[in-house]
Design a protein around this ligand. Structure first.
Ligand code: NAD
Length: 352
């Protein structure tokens, strides 16, 4: 029997679609079809209608009338809440780019609507699917008795002032380095080390002028580990890399590369060098840009889920609530200049 074709609509046709998602649908996925596209920018709307050979949608109302099952949302982060609501009102399932929304209560509200309407609500944090990340996750799960001494997250990138001229860097639409770039890594910390219990952060603008921050440093106490972090887009003129170093009692696991696509393991007594070299080679993935290649795995899982080929659920947005809480805890902390404990609802300036 032939596989059912899963039909997608694409809402928001900006940088991430151009950099990765376009080719996934055009060249890589087999059992899917883009039935409709929409962007409020007329030029992009026309361009992608042609690329995907869909009839042109004049406005979002026309777009939502088209025959598709799942809406992929990649508008600016501050618009996600309204856009997802619109999808649910039109009985479309949703897969949204990170962050699913900016506020914790928005995520809970949308999740409740999706449950009531029996609609699926997924999010993309693609780095979770990288081989190096999967290796680390499995290692930490299998070796729970091995004590974690300290975790250090470092992201030292360059975003020029012009990057902050549209929606980036504003509280209402994005936040700063923590909510836009750092969130990929903060999400991995939550994935690896469980619930964030408390956090403290300090934010500044070192090179750029923006409402939120271009530099953020702090401490996070997770269920399973203590983590220090430093995030910045203030470097000039290039990125200098990002990494997560997990210091265990006898060895350190380092995730690095432009999107945690590389892994290095080293024992403090230098044993097992050959074995670790092999692990590094086996789990390396070549990537062209920071977006990486693992969006494919997310879409593939969603398609298989719709085809009922597997019972494994793609990443539900609500499963990443701790990532969103932690972002808001850190922003609240830098405002209150104190530790913030995890709680049912955390509110900060983000999304206001
Ligand atoms: N997973 C990743 O690695 C990754 C990478 C980049 C961006 N992102 C996320 O993807 C989202 C989009 O980022 P981007 O860099 O592509 O932004 P972008 O500004 O390049 O694109 C956003 C597009 O959405 C359109 N848009 C905004 N509001 C709209 C509306 N109401 N109706 C129709 N179109 C609308 C804009 O016109 C624009 O074309 C953000 O949430 C961002 O955080 C994820």
């Amino acid at each position: 029997m032939r596989n059912k074709i899963v039909k997608f609509g694409l809402f928001g046709l900006g940088a991430v679609v151009e950099a990765r998602v376009k080719n996934i649908f055009l060249k890589e996925l087999k059992s899917s079809k883009v039935m409709a596209v929409f962007d409020k920018d007329l030029k992009k709307n026309k361009k992608y209608s042609k690329i995907f050979k869909c009839s042109f949608s004049e406005n979002s109302r026309e777009f939502f009338k088209k025959d598709f099952d799942i809406c992929y949302i990649s508008t600016d982060s501050g618009s996600h809440f309204q856009n997802i609501l619109e999808c649910f009102n039109n009985n479309k399932h949703v897969v949204v780019e990170k962050p699913p929304v900016l506020k914790v209560d928005q995520l809970i509200k949308l999740n409740n609507i999706s449950i009531n309407k029996k609609l699926k609500f997924f999010v993309i944090y693609q780095n979770r699917k990288n081989k190096a990340v999967q290796f680390t996750k499995n290692y930490l799960e299998k070796n729970k008795k091995e004590k974690i001494v300290l975790v250090n997250l470092k992201l030292l990138w360059c975003r020029k002032q012009s990057y902050y001229s549209r929606w980036h860097g504003k509280w209402k639409s994005d936040g700063g380095v923590l909510a836009q770039q750092g969130i990929h890594y903060i999400d991995l910390l939550c994935y690896f080390f469980g619930k964030p219990l408390k956090a403290i952060g300090n934010m500044e603008n070192v090179s750029n002028k923006l409402q939120a921050e271009d530099t953020h440093a702090g401490l996070i106490k997770f269920q399973r580990a203590n983590c220090t972090f430093g995030l910045s887009t203030a470097l000039r003129p290039n990125d200098d890399g990002a990494s997560i170093e997990i210091f265990l009692q006898k060895r350190v696991i380092i995730l690095h590369g432009i999107c945690c696509n590389k892994i290095t393991i080293r024992n403090y007594d230098n044993k097992y060098k050959t074995k670790y070299k092999r692990i590094s080679e086996q789990n390396y993935q070549k990537v062209k840009s920071g977006v990486g290649i693992s969006h494919y795995n997310f879409f593939e899982e969603i398609i298989e889920n719709f085809q009922k080929k597997t019972k494994i659920s793609p990443l539900r947005a609500i499963e990443t609530i701790d990532t969103l809480k932690l972002i808001n805890m850190l922003y609240k902390s830098s405002e209150k200049k104190n530790w913030i404990q995890n709680a049912k609802i955390i509110k900060s300036r983000l999304g206001n």
